[in-house]
Design a protein around this ligand. Structure first.
Ligand code: SF4
Length: 485
């Protein structure tokens, strides 16, 4: 089994590995956080690379990319195989000349006549990277820019040669960036729930202006729009250059169109992107601990396509964490947000505190709920703990997102479930999905809210039990039924 490549192999990983070996071209895998999905995915890519098959893994954040690179380095060092493993930082980071946010970097190069554009030799860099897997994106950028070269142009040459690519989701979602990767046999998307709500946003006024400028240019016999953009920028006509660039991107972007005030949204459905990527690859594995509700994701990612969906139940599997869903009649549902509910929450939290000597973080679904509980509990609402025994914060806030907190906060209280407020933008995207998938908007809305809730819950839960043992208590009447499936 290819998991033999992983030095820290567990029985749980074998279960995941079997899913990877399924002979379907499209695989959906929901497995609890902490089961070792990324380790198995990297081992699978390395195994395939040794067999001569190219693969890529797409992750959500830089931190996740670096975690994957560390795993790849450990396996690669033991194997001593001649493999080229390349990390792709976000496209803006690949330009070292402080690129403009409004013009794609490919236009910046001729605009500023960047001298780095001409330094395209990369054989020494390739040789070095075949021997060394670097573990941070900064290190990759440093190596790619050696000899005052351009990381963007060097990586463009290296990507089609790489045996394994470790990139951000952007490289899977975006047609142009994906085209830079070359033909791939295996694509793995980690935290695949993040493919939801993919969209591109354009400014209506700019598109209208850009359209006029392009039509005038073509009437004058012009052919190359890139030249028009570069020319306008060099004349100092930045707004028009941006308008033409936006118009060009708008015409080249696929997706269902929706209006939102002065904005135009182009919304590619996840299934249309997956279908396109499958045309160019042998296999796609979409994995996440947050494919909740699973039926919803099965529809969104694989409707009318042959696929395999595997669910390994549970939210989080980590020997360092104990999760308890409390048997309770209280809830922070909108209509129950009142002083009596907050008093009951405070009472329950106080009871839990009497049973533990550890400090506690309470996560609440909103600042109003946090303040309500704080009033009865006498604990501060803060993202900056100063040694208090109990602090209260919010889901999706700084602490939940990963800001460092002292290790002695080892108990996390989930005071209610973090259902989001749907924004207008999200509503428009769900409207487009409803039309494309033929599923009612109400069903989609409910499923999306639940998925977003589970995602925020897991993220907050991950704040304890990292180095030391942690305890998690979920206090909401709805939790048991909702999280069971
Ligand atoms: S050549 Fe590279 S560094 Fe120079 S502007 Fe273009 S992308 Fe940026």
């Amino acid at each position: 089994m290819f998991t033999d490549l992983i030095p820290w192999k567990t029985k749980e990983m074998e279960k995941i590995a079997k899913v990877f070996l399924c002979d379907k071209k499209l695989i959906l895998l929901r497995a609890p956080a902490g089961m070792g999905k990324t380790s198995v995915a990297i081992a699978y890519l390395i195994y395939n690379a040794i067999m001569g098959r190219r693969g890529a893994i797409f992750l959500r954040t830089r931190r996740e990319i670096e975690h994957a690179l560390k795993i790849a380095k450990t396996i690669h060092t033991r194997l001593k195989a001649d493999l080229l493993i390349i990390a792709t930082p976000s496209k803006q980071r690949l330009c070292v000349m402080s690129p403009s946010e409004t013009i794609p970097i490919k236009f910046m190069c001729p605009i500023i006549e960047c001298p780095r554009m001409k330094r395209r030799k990369y054989s020494d860099i390739e040789k070095y990277l075949r021997k060394n897997v670097l573990t941070t994106t900064d290190e990759y950028l440093r190596v790619l820019s050696m000899g005052r070269r351009c990381p963007f142009w060097i990586i463009r040459s290296l990507l089609p040669k790489a045996n394994i690519i470790v990139g951000v989701h952007e490289y899977f979602k975006d047609d142009y960036l994906f085209s830079l990767l070359g033909e791939l046999d295996v694509l793995i998307i980690d935290e695949a729930h993040n493919l939801l709500m993919m969209h591109y946003e354009f400014d209506r006024d700019k598109i209208e202006r850009g359209k006029i400028l392009v039509e005038e240019f073509l009437e004058r016999g012009g052919r190359n729009i890139a030249r028009l953009i570069v020319g306008l920028w060099r004349q100092g006509n930045y707004d028009d250059a941006e308008a033409v660039s936006q118009y060009q991107q708008y015409t080249q972007t696929d997706g269902k169109e929706k209006r939102l005030g002065r904005k135009i949204l182009k919304i590619p459905t996840p299934i249309s992107t997956i279908r396109k990527r499958l045309e160019k690859s042998g296999k796609i594995v979409l994995m996440s601990s947050t494919l909740y509700p699973s039926r919803f994701f099965e529809t969104i990612f694989s409707k009318n396509m042959e696929h395999e969906m595997k669910i390994i139940k549970g939210l989080m599997r980590n020997p360092n964490r104990t999760i308890r869903i409390m048997d309770t009649d209280i809830s922070t549902s909108i209509r129950e947000r009142n002083p009596e509910t907050y008093r009951k929450y405070a009472e329950t939290i106080r009871t839990i505190k009497t049973r533990t000597k550890h400090k506690m973080i309470v996560f609440a679904p909103s600042y109003d709920v946090a303040k309500g509980i704080s009033k009865f509990l006498g604990a501060p609402v803060t993202d900056n703990p100063k040694g208090e025994e109990i602090i209260i914060t919010v889901y999706r806030g700084r602490i939940a997102e990963g800001v460092e907190i002292p290790e002695d906060y080892r108990v996390a209280i989930m005071a209610g479930l973090p259902y989001p407020k749907l924004t207008q933008r999200e509503s428009k995207i769900l409207e487009a999905y409803s039309e494309e998938y033929g599923v009612s908007i109400e069903v989609l809305r409910e499923a999306y809210m639940r998925s977003s809730m589970v995602s925020a819950l897991i993220q907050a839960m991950g704040r304890v039990g990292r180095k030391n043992r942690g305890w998690i208590y979920i206090i909401d009447r709805r939790a048991r039924a909702l999280l069971a499936g």
